[in-house]
Design a protein around this ligand. Structure first.
Ligand code: GLU
Length: 460
């Protein structure tokens, strides 16, 4: 059997880590089994869907390299197909028109809650064959089955639901648009999906979908519901609260490798957390091994993985991912002639890509020296700087070691405070007292810039 999976986001907000995990696992399961991976945009809720979210979904899948097969499937383009099946159900008494007013439904709900019962429609319109002209109605599924619904979930095992707990849920709203549970069943059948991989928030929808597909004589796919991901406060991730919005990770300077390997590790029990080789992770990844308990996002782990990948990917890849960060600051990266040296010098101490850009900006932005700050050093900085200007000017081999020798010899010979001289030089060179290693900084700036900047103290 050819494996077919799908990723079916609703474009009602920006995707978070949990959504991308669903896409990643579905994609990988299809790829590992020589199957197909489809993308379906679930955009029938016109009030909440937005084109900007669709564009962003496509951008993110591309950023992660999760390419889909065939054309994108838009639910909004399939309304006729849904209506065809709704008519079929109506004609076979497997669905019915419901004319209950909003007030009535609210009352039913109130009563259920008052009697400590799960809110449920009271099937008032069922079997009445109602058909009024010019009155709005919804179409409900006739869920009059008595038996239980059982299904096996690869992660949660055998699950059993009582049909009498389910109500006659709406399959088409009064505005004419079909609802999520209905469209999913039609689409998964239409797209020949064999394995549904999605978040465990959909477990309770599955019995409804199974009833629907049984009544339409559709084949039942296999189900995998992934355990929920919780934030550090143990709250469910949601598109609404936006904290784990993937775009935020991208903006901050995370690499796709970081997030992919973090998410893959969530799916590997007994994982050797030290494995950072994505190819290896993809090979040992197995849906059968996923633990059903919720996972809590460990941001520290993600940050340290990012540092790892920034240090371990090729220079070309690094440049590729850095380009947008420089562009955003209107800097043409191709014109930076010491980019490789900048990487080489600061990589080991950075966690995010944008730190590279910030560092570049820091060492290339002109600034004014403040005499008050210089005076606070309480040393004769004119004499000291004069010495360094001379020494650096005469230095023929501009190496970190030689720079270090010049600075350290001076400090030792005159018995000066190391920190004080370091801070003074850093301040004069970049207008900032702290940060990057002084010798590396002097090395990157190169002789001409260093001499120019040191000379600035004579201009204040
Ligand atoms: N559109 C649903 C969501 O965004 C997914 C539905 C499904 O995978 O069945 O959560």
């Amino acid at each position: 059997m050819n494996i077919i999976t799908r990723f079916a986001p609703s474009p009602t907000g920006y995707l978070h880590l949990g959504n991308i995990r669903v896409a990643l696992y579905s994609w990988l399961f299809a790829r590992n089994n020589n199957g197909k991976f489809f993308l379906r945009i679930e955009d029938t809720d016109f009030e909440r869907c937005n084109k900007k979210y669709i564009d962003n979904i496509l951008y993110l899948l591309d950023w992660f390299g999760l390419y889909w097969d065939n054309e994108i499937y838009f639910q909004s383009k399939n309304i006729d197909l849904y209506n065809y099946y709704i008519d079929l159900l109506l004609n076979n008494n497997l669905a019915y028109k419901c004319y209950c007013s909003f007030e009535r439904l609210i009352n039913i709900r109130k009563n259920c809650i008052l009697n400590n019962k799960k809110p449920k429609y009271d099937n008032y319109c069922r079997n009445k064959n109602l058909n009024y002209k010019n009155i709005k109605y919804v179409v409900r599924f006739n869920n009059s089955f008595n038996n239980n619904i059982k299904f096996n979930d690869l992660i949660f095992g055998n699950l059993n639901f009582k049909n009498k707990e389910l109500d006659d849920f709406i399959i088409r709203r009064s505005n004419g648009f079909p609802t999520y549970n209905f469209c999913v069943v039609i689409d998964d059948n239409n797209m020949l999906v064999t394995n549904i991989i999605r978040g465990s928030e959909h477990i309770n929808n599955t019995p409804k979908q199974i009833n629907l597909l049984n009544s339409l004589n559709f084949k039942k796919p296999k189900y995998v519901h992934l355990p929920i991901i919780l934030d550090k406060h143990k709250k469910k991730l949601s598109k609404r609260n936006n904290v784990y919005n993937i775009n935020k990770y991208i903006k901050k300077g995370y690499l796709p490798y970081t997030l992919i390997s973090y998410l893959l590790k969530l799916g590997i029990s007994n994982n050797n957390l030290e494995i950072n080789n994505i190819k290896k992770l993809k090979n040992i990844f197995n849906l059968n091994n996923i633990n059903k308990s919720p996972c809590i996002i460990d941001n520290k782990k993600i940050i340290s993985l990012n540092k790892y990948y920034i240090n371990n990917i090729s220079y070309n890849k690094l440049k590729f991912y850095l380009k947008p960060f420089f562009l955003k600051k209107n800097i043409n990266m191709n014109k930076i002639n010491n980019l490789y040296e900048i990487f080489f010098i600061i990589l080991e101490r950075i966690y995010y890509l944008n730190e590279i850009v910030n560092f570049y900006i820091l060492i290339n932005t002109s600034f004014k020296l403040d005499l008050n700050i210089l005076n606070k050093f309480n040393i004769n900085f004119y004499i000291i700087i004069k010495y360094f200007i001379k020494k650096f000017y005469l230095l023929s081999l501009w190496s970190i070691q030689n720079i270090k020798n010049i600075v350290n010899n001076y400090i030792n010979n005159f018995n000066l405070k190391k920190q004080c001289i370091f801070i003074l030089l850093r301040y004069i060179l970049i207008g900032n007292k702290h940060g990057i290693d002084l010798f590396k900084l002097i090395f990157i700036l190169k002789k001409k810039q260093v001499l120019l900047r040191l000379n600035n103290i004579y201009k204040i």
